[in-house]
Design a protein around this ligand. Structure first.
Ligand SMILES: [Zn+2]
Length: 115
């Protein structure tokens, strides 16, 4: 296990989120950015599709917003969970394996400490 941790000499700040040293802050920034960009993508896309399909007023009032939010939340979760698990797995392999990862509690502890 020590050989595995020594083969990866960089922390996640150096190779994952180079704009901020904190994993939590980087996770929140990625989540906010992903949400903003996904809304910019899906809101016009669903609106144009609804106009081209000549949807009725009922669709715009009751279905358009939930569909936009569903797609935007999926894309946001994709970006946010990528960064979260990058840091979690990085910490588990670099730090956790040197301690006591075999009992299964280190993953929960690392997740708790990260978030
Ligand atoms: Zn990190």
């Amino acid at each position: 296990m020590a050989a595995l941790s020594k083969s990866i000499p960089h922390n996640c700040y150096e190779i994952g989120h180079t704009w901020h040293p904190s994993c939590r802050v980087s996770f929140l920034q990625i989540t906010g950015g992903a949400l903003e960009e996904s809304l910019k993508i899906y809101a016009p896309l669903y609106l144009i599709a609804a106009i081209l399909r000549k949807r009725k007023l009922d669709y715009y009032l009751h279905k358009l917003l939930p569909e936009i939010l569903q797609s935007a939340s999926f894309l946001t979760a994709n970006g946010a969970l990528y960064m979260a698990f990058f840091c979690i797995l990085r910490k588990c392999f670099v730090c956790g394996l040197e301690r006591s990862c075999s009992d299964g509690f280190c993953f929960v502890e690392l997740l708790w400490n990260l978030l």
